[in-house]
Design a protein around this ligand. Structure first.
Ligand code: PLP
Length: 386
């Protein structure tokens, strides 16, 4: 059929030669996905991801990223979300309904706590907060309508490492699901399914991306019933991710373990130096014996990454520690972590947590990929500004 120029700009028969090979996963941009014929349209199952149906449900780019992330975590299925927080919301909306109860650790990632507040105020769910060091004691908090227990290991500001095995054991005896925010370990230092959790969530924004340039989250599971419920929430909430962003994360994966190990080594060196300083009352690093829950870290983890906190001696005012933060030259003041650049963030831990009223100012450090000796020199000059 002869076509006008306008139509041939849209319908063109050219096909590039087959057989192109290269290492990167191709970036497939698509909203519409074409079906060969009506039979193909009717046979596809978007939920099982055994066919392409619509951009929201996956392309070769996102399917490949999902499969690689599931393999890292030791799960069978993965769903992507446009941020770590969207991944948390996917889990909550998949598993909770009006009348249900959810338990969250007191030191949980603050926007997750905020989501709990919203579910409680507007959606008829009760959200209760537990001491992250509760361990087997969680059994006493489980109510007949408790459906989900969130865990985070460690809490990403105060760094207590929970006893995940004990929490999962108590939860499963009562038929309650356990979700783990596994962002701190990048899925590399802690295998959530090995310690008993049902659902692993990751903020890919951190180590997997590694570039400080993309927001993305993932939810990994290995049970068909859970996969179906999560897939329904993913679809109903429309949690699509961009192909370009998926590519950025795919690009980060081959180096993620090397980067994670370098962050880990640098952070332990800087943390050990900070421990010797009189200005610092406590270094909160899970690999250090005096960190709350260190024994759980030792039992369950294979590394620590670059994120830890310090508590300044209580004799220093916030004004003084703010001066320290401002004086740093190699540490940017900013949220998040997992990129090449070191970051610093002061927190008012006293108002965030019960039982920390007497603590000094908490400052969280993300050790990037700079030479640790330069970072230590920078911290030393900034401590001089206190
Ligand atoms: C960053 C982070 C998230 C959220 O990830 P975003 O992609 O920034 O939404 C969730 N949990 C933890 C522990 C995080 O550090």
């Amino acid at each position: 059929m002869k076509k006008s120029i306008q139509t041939s700009l849209i319908h063109n028969d050219y096909q590039p030669p087959a057989g192109f090979g290269a290492f990167p996963v191709p970036i497939h941009h698509a909203s519409t996905v074409l079906f060969k014929d009506v039979a193909a349209l009717r046979s596809g199952d978007w939920k099982n991801k055994n066919a392409y149906t619509y951009g929201l449900h996956g392309t070769p780019t996102t399917f490949t990223l999902e499969a690689r992330l599931a393999a890292i975590e030791g799960g069978s299925h993965c769903l992507l979300a446009p941020s770590g927080l969207a991944a948390i919301a996917m889990v909550d909306f998949a598993l909770l309904k009006s009348g249900d109860d959810v338990l969250l650790p007191e030191n949980v990632y603050n926007p997750n706590r905020e989501l709990g507040r919203w579910l409680a105020s507007d959606f008829g769910v009760t959200a209760r907060y537990y001491d992250p060091m509760i361990g087997a004691g969680i059994a006493a908090l489980i109510a007949p309508n408790t459906r989900l227990i969130w865990t985070e290991a460690p809490g990403s500001v105060s760094m207590e490492v929970p006893d995940l095995r004990a929490i999962c054991h108590a939860a499963h005896q009562r038929g309650v699901l356990v979700a783990l925010d596994n962002t701190w370990s990048g899925g590399l230092a802690l295998r959530g399914f090995d310690v008993g959790v049902d659902i692993v969530m990751q903020a890919l924004t951190k180590y997997q991306s590694g570039g400080s340039d993309v927001l993305m989250g993932a939810v990994v599971t290995r049970e068909q019933g859970l996969i179906d419920r999560l897939a329904m929430a993913h679809m109903r909430l429309g949690l699509g991710v961009s192909a370009d962003d998926a590519y950025l994360v795919l690009r980060g994966l081959p180096t993620v373990k090397l980067r994670f190990d370098a962050h880990d080594a640098g952070a332990r060196r800087v943390a050990a130096w900070l421990k010797t300083r009189p200005e610092v009352a406590k270094v909160l690093h899970p690999a250090f014996a005096d960190c709350p829950g260190h024994e759980h870290w030792k039992r369950d983890f294979h590394g620590a990454g670059g994120l830890f906190s310090v508590l300044f001696d209580a004799r220093y005012s916030e004004q003084q520690t703010d001066r320290f933060v401002d004086a740093l030259t190699l540490f940017g003041i900013g949220y998040s972590w997992g990129g090449a650049n070191s970051l610093v963030m002061p927190y008012r831990i006293q108002s965030m947590r019960k039982g920390w009223a007497d603590a000094g100012v908490l400052v969280r450090l993300n050790i990037g990929l700079e030479d640790p000796a330069d970072l230590i020199a920078d911290l030393e000059q900034a401590l001089g500004q206190l």
